[in-house]
Design a protein around this ligand. Sequence first.
Ligand SMILES: [Zn+2]
Length: 229
Amino acid sequence: MPNKIFSRRTMLGATGLAAGGLLLDGGAAHGRTRDARRPAAPDEAWAKLREGNRRWAAGAAIHPHQDQARRSEVAQKQDPYAVVVSCIDSRVGPELIFDAGLGDLFSVRSAAQTIDPLVSGAIEYGPVELGTPLIVVLGHQRCGAVTAAAHALSEGTRLPGDLQRIVEDLRPAYKSARGDVDRMIRIHTTRTVAELKDGKLLGPRIARGRLKIVGAYYSLDTGLVSRVV
Ligand SMILES: [Zn+2]
């Protein structure tokens, strides 16, 4: 039953996928390019991430896009629907906590999701080059980097090597939060969102409604992501 999507996929060399039941698994979003199932608008992309996160938190993850068919599908071209900027923490892997898979997310990670020009460039890549409609800056509960920075700042000590750079980046949030680690995590997330929104490349895309930047907080206890800003 050739239809428009089928024809295009065939043309792109995905015949194996079609034979493997691509057209039968309506629930899985196998989006090679910008077909109807790949969220194109910021709010749609956020809704999709929230749905995935609810599945994860409920212990009902479906692990989409993690098979050989998907690997073949995205081998030549990717078109993720969101950029997730999160901490290096081993407990906050974006594809896991949003129940997503291969080719779905640009994942940018640094300690306490701190950013500098190199990291900003990595965040800008998706929206600017591929039209990715959403950036999520994700802080998380009991962030070790934020906790260590708060401790160093309150004691007036310096961390060794480049670790001190992380501390310095978190200093404004520490001051605003008056040392409260959980508040510091949320404030730092909000500040990072504001910083990204001010970017020369991202600002105009936001103004045109083609991009949103959301700040969020991940609870290690519940597995749920809640919006901060
Ligand atoms: Zn962390």
